[in-house]
Ligand binder design. Sequence first.
Ligand code: ZN
Ligand code: ZN
Length: 274
Amino acid sequence: MISADIHTHTKFSADATCDMEDMIKTAISLGLEYYGISEHFNYEYDRLHLKIDGEEVPPIDEKAYFTRARAMQKKYAAKINLLAGAEFGFDDNSRTQERYIQTVEKYKPDFVINSIHVCLGMDCYFPHYCEGKSKEFAYNAYLYRVLESLDAAYPYDIVAHIGYCSRNATYPDPKLRYEDFSDVLDAILRRIIRKNKILEVNTSAKTAGSPFIPDTDILTRYYELGGRKVSFASDAHYAARIGEKRELVCEALKKIGFTYLSVPFRGKELQLPL
Ligand SMILES: [Zn+2]
Ligand SMILES: [Zn+2]
């Protein structure tokens, strides 16, 4: 059974809508033992002045977020293990990375998720990322960016949503397949293992052509290479998606051979049996 969902967003993130307490109550009602909030810290968006629908994305109120999350941890301590984390958008710029280091030192998040959102100067989540690019070019550019992000200077625990660029891709066959990108995916998976990081299984797949990202072919290869550390992520931006497809992911992971989920917590790691 999967009893941990440690990648979700509340309305402290600019693209999410739910109040934190409502999200926590839903996680409790689902019987989760560990529930992680990982608000967006998009310093790369700030640096590049990226816009969504013509508007700059307002930065997160970091102090308000951690203050509220720490209060909620106390309030619900008897009912659920709430983790107050952060999702960092990777940027190769050294000043941006330094800002992330300072944020970790200042707020000491319980865990950090490292994500590629921006590639070739735009957020590769949106369909326009594909415009004028072959699938091979667009996905390779994204995957090499993921590879680069693994060497980020700031501390992180989890490698997020590999296949993010396929979520809304407009190609007739958007699925990211191991066999089509095996060289760069092998490099990514080997580096995740060497650096002792956790590979996330993310069920916010949209129209990626897979029920979760990365799909079983890539997870199988990770296991073959010796990778054992995986986390479960709904990436819910509202309460109704918390824990979504956790039974499906659990069965898929067990079939490959995984026996536990990894839950990072302030530099330690828990193993929860599947
Ligand atoms: Zn993300
Ligand atoms: Zn997220």
